[in-house]
Write a protein that binds this ligand. Structure first.
Ligand SMILES: Nc1ncnc2c1ncn2[C@@H]1O[C@H](COP(=O)(O)OP(=O)(O)OP(=O)(O)O)[C@@H](O)[C@H]1O
Ligand SMILES: [Mg+2]
Length: 339
């Protein structure tokens, strides 16, 4: 694998363009389709694409009606970053919180991580302490002018963590590319030249299954799906998995499910029942441990600090640390500072 380019960082790490660290060339995206199997999990799908449980009482006794094969996790391509779309079309399930803290935690342990924020809310930048008012090039530029990909990245306080910042300018991108040929592969093209320079690219996605979210699925090796351990989350999961299946069939045959991460978990009966149901049906695909509901996580994001800095000993801090370790090992990322 190529080493991280050793050019100097901008003086102030926040909100400054990175030096042009990457040479622009096409990465061999087409080679990223070899298959491995993780678990034998099957997922139920009702005719209306919802799970069987219709009330709190029924959650624990939902029956499999028609199995939906869960696309297995795919291996990373040697020498290129693993690309993971953190996605769920349901809003407020913890996508952005997951991206911020997973990226920060892995980068703090020496991994080279790039966050790409595809959400017009642009919360990744704020949560990672970037001053958005100083940002000139955003994800919009990455999508519309992929040849400027290297300039679209901003540094953070963590040396090996960079961000392509999303903001409301992304809203107009959907209209701009909607009638274009290849509109779904804009992001894949944009990040291709960056992949040799990172171990992991984490994509934060908006709470819908529009063209931006589909771009994330086309660019990714795998999806990581945060779900709240509440009943309606299960419906959303079934819908998302069916979209993943369609993208696999038509656009990105290498796309797999890297994990389902339980978020905002609380010790209520409903939360426990939903967690059991997910473990029963998805097996190893479920990432352990669940992230417990913890106010420190919301606090940390609003202060522009990852949880491992703001409150590492909190429940949220401990859970995110454990999840980062579990996923690092699932993705084959070597922990510890690089030589
Ligand atoms: N484990 C948790 N405990 C308590 N609050 C949390 C937890 N995870 C996330 N939150 C808070 O819940 C809210 C929604 O989280 P977040 O923004 O990460 O969700 P999202 O899926 O990215 O939302 P959207 O779909 O709008 O992009 C935020 O205020 C966040 O700080
Ligand atoms: Mg979000």
């Amino acid at each position: 694998m190529k080493r991280f380019a050793p050019e100097p960082w901008p003086k102030s790490c926040q909100g400054r363009h990175l030096q042009s660290l990457c040479s622009m060339h096409d990465a061999p995206m087409g080679e990223r389709t070899r298959q491995v199997t993780v678990g034998e999990a099957e997922f139920e799908e009702l005719p209306d694409a919802t799970l069987a449980a219709r009330s709190t009482d029924e959650v624990g006794s939902a029956k499999i009606r028609a199995p939906l094969a869960l696309p297995p996790m795919q291996p990373s391509t040697e020498g290129l970053a693993r690309v993971v779309a953190v996605t769920n079309q349901k809003g407020g399930v913890g996508k952005t919180t997951t991206v911020i803290n997973l990226a920060a935690s892995l980068a703090a342990s020496g991994q080279r991580v790039l966050v790409v924020d595809l959400d017009a809310q642009g919360n990744c930048a704020t949560g990672l302490g970037i001053d958005k008012s100083r940002v000139e090039l955003t994800t919009r530029d990455l999508l519309l002018t992929p040849e400027r990909a290297a300039e679209c990245r901003y540094a953070t306080r963590i040396p090996t963590l960079h961000v392509v910042v999303g903001d409301r300018r992304l809203v107009s991108v959907e209209d701009a590319i909607l009638s274009d040929l290849g509109r779904e592969s804009r992001l894949a093209e944009g990040i291709a030249p960056l992949l040799p320079h990172y171990d992991l690219v984490l994509i934060d996605t908006p709470p819908n299954l529009g063209v931006l979210a589909i771009n994330a699925l086309c660019a990714a090796d795998g999806v990581l799906v945060p779900v709240q351990t509440e009943y309606f989350a299960l419906e959303g999961l079934a819908m998302l998995l069916s979209t993943v299946e369609q993208v696999r069939r038509r656009l990105n045959p290498g796309l797999g499910v890297d994990g389902v991460l339980m978020t905002m978990h609380a010790p209520t009966l409903l939360n426990q029942q939903v967690a059991s149901l997910l473990r029963e049906h998805l097996g190893d695909v479920v990432v352990e441990p669940p992230i417990r509901r913890n106010i420190r996580l919301a606090e940390a994001t609003s202060r522009g600090e990852p949880i491992h800095v703001h409150a590492p000993k909190s429940n949220g801090g401990q859970d995110h640390q454990a999840v980062a370790q579990a996923l690092a090992s699932r993705w084959g990322l070597i922990r510890g500072p690089r030589a």
